[in-house]
Design a protein around this ligand. Sequence first.
Ligand SMILES: NC(=O)c1ccc[n+]([C@@H]2O[C@H](COP(=O)([O-])OP(=O)(O)OC[C@H]3O[C@@H](n4cnc5c(N)ncnc54)[C@H](OP(=O)(O)O)[C@@H]3O)[C@@H](O)[C@H]2O)c1
Length: 236
Amino acid sequence: MKIAVLGTGGGARAHIAKLVELGHEVHVGTRDPKATLARTEPDMMGTPPFASFLAEHPGVELHTFADAAERAELVINGIDGHNAVAALSAAAGQLAGKTLVDYAVPFVYNPDLEHPWPTPWGVMPRLDPCDIDSLGERIQRALPDTKVVKAFVTQEQATVVDPKAVGGGEHTMFIAGEHADAKRTVTDLLEAYGWNDVLDLGPLVCARGMEMYSHMHSAIGFALGFGTHFGIKVVR
Ligand SMILES: NC(=O)c1ccc[n+]([C@@H]2O[C@H](COP(=O)([O-])OP(=O)(O)OC[C@H]3O[C@@H](n4cnc5c(N)ncnc54)[C@H](OP(=O)(O)O)[C@@H]3O)[C@@H](O)[C@H]2O)c1
């Protein structure tokens, strides 16, 4: 299948590598391919420059966001959540009629808050939107001709593409969206990744809870210790 991964961050790289391994044709989207390839320093999270990742994954093509979306049947959104609606809106024509899996979190970094949450790496970002709206819904409203599915967001992406690395795969992945056929496509991809418990929460409004879980995910991560991989299981 022709799949576009919009984003060059650590999460996007996990999907790109796994999709190549599964035999898919992968097109990666970035703001400016030349600028992305020219970077030589790791980013603030220590992620190595994208050019070195690309050199280890021959056959993967780097394009603008719109050009990558144009070439794909299925699109994964890994664009920084605060900037995702604007970036995706600029590629609305190329995304029309396609399934878009969104795993972004609408984090606003370095917020000026009365009651900040100190973390080992600075103040916890705040969510915007939160509670009464979600990034997933905003993307769907901005792209009415695209089938948006919220998924992957409650996990580190390294675990999303390798669920059996945690608890033998005995944990739960959530999806939500308005389009049954698009959710079937995303579930097929998740099963190819190794998931055997995909819980369809129903309409895209459920993206609110999926995105808000990011704070709980962080809290669990801090409690377990940095670098510990984990999942959550809905026991029923
Ligand atoms: N990493 C994970 O395991 C994980 C798990 C759950 C949720 N998330 C969420 O998923 C999203 C992506 O995460 P990630 O770790 O894969 O990557 P990231 O480092 O959060 O985001 C990198 C991507 O965002 C793009 N970007 C940054 N600023 C932009 C702007 N002003 N306009 C347009 N694009 C912009 C970058 O474009 P360039 O390529 O041009 O630099 C890059 O492709 C985030 O919202 C994150 O919170 C991540």
